[in-house]
Design a protein around this ligand. Structure first.
Ligand code: MN
Length: 225
């Protein structure tokens, strides 16, 4: 696990993303979990788990699903610095990953297996999420095929059956930042980014809504895109 690839891809004098360094000492008992919604050339959700001082990272094009019968493709990408977990903002156009980044979900995770390194090597990592949006038991399973030459490996992100599993579309229902309650369009506007591009990642029915976040307990209208 190294940040070399992460650092090689980015120009830190241009992008506001953290350059990454040694992990600042945090309690080893709480491992960071974060999902960053990223409207770059394509919308995707970057799923990250802290392990061995970095954030192991997977790009999930369709985002997570709470339905245990749904398997979501998750392409493993370069490890990110732990500092990246609260990065929300605009990566300048033309830079690596140029576009708008939202902290879509945040919290901690716990492995469900005693030997995480062995589980990662085997390609079958079972874990529990304690996020604001995603909770309960999940698995990442590496698949055969794809990505051999690109060095990326493809995995599937799957919800296990438990009290947090259900069939609704969490990405549609919960489009706001877990950190600032903003939509992608808000983050782009406030960060000097491309608002029109960012807004294509927000649910259509939310874009023209008032700027304020929904009231706690308010009923959300479900509208299909
Ligand atoms: Mn990304």
């Amino acid at each position: 696990m190294t940040l070399k690839k992460y650092q090689e891809k980015r120009r830190f004098e241009v992008t506001p993303e953290p350059s990454g360094g040694e992990k600042t000492s945090k309690s080893a008992s709480s491992l960071i979990y974060v999902v960053q919604k990223h409207r770059a050339s394509h919308l995707h959700y970057d799923f990250r788990l802290e392990w061995n001082g970095v954030l192991l990272s997977w790009a999930v094009p369709k985002g997570p699903s709470l339905d245990p019968s749904v398997k979501r493709l998750a392409m493993q990408v370069e490890d990110h610095p732990v500092d990246y977990s609260d990065f929300e903002g605009v990566i300048p156009a033309g830079e690596y990953g140029g576009g708008t980044v939202m902290v879509w979900d945040t919290g901690t995770w716990e492995p469900e297996q005693p030997n995480v390194d062995a589980a990662l090597k085997k390609g079958d990592l079972k874990f529990t999420l304690h996020g604001k949006k995603l909770k309960g038991s999940w698995v990442l399973v590496r698949t055969r095929g794809y990505g051999g030459s690109s060095g990326k490996s493809s995995w599937l992100l799957i919800k296990h059956r438990d009290q947090y599993a259900f069939g609704e579309d969490i990405t549609e229902q919960e489009p706001y930042s877990a950190q600032t309650k903003r939509l992608l369009a808000d983050i782009a506007r406030e960060g000097g980014g491309d608002v029109d591009q960012a807004s294509t990642g927000d649910p259509i029915f939310k874009v023209k809504a008032p700027r304020s976040a929904p009231k706690a307990g308010a009923k959300k209208t479900r509208v299909r895109r």
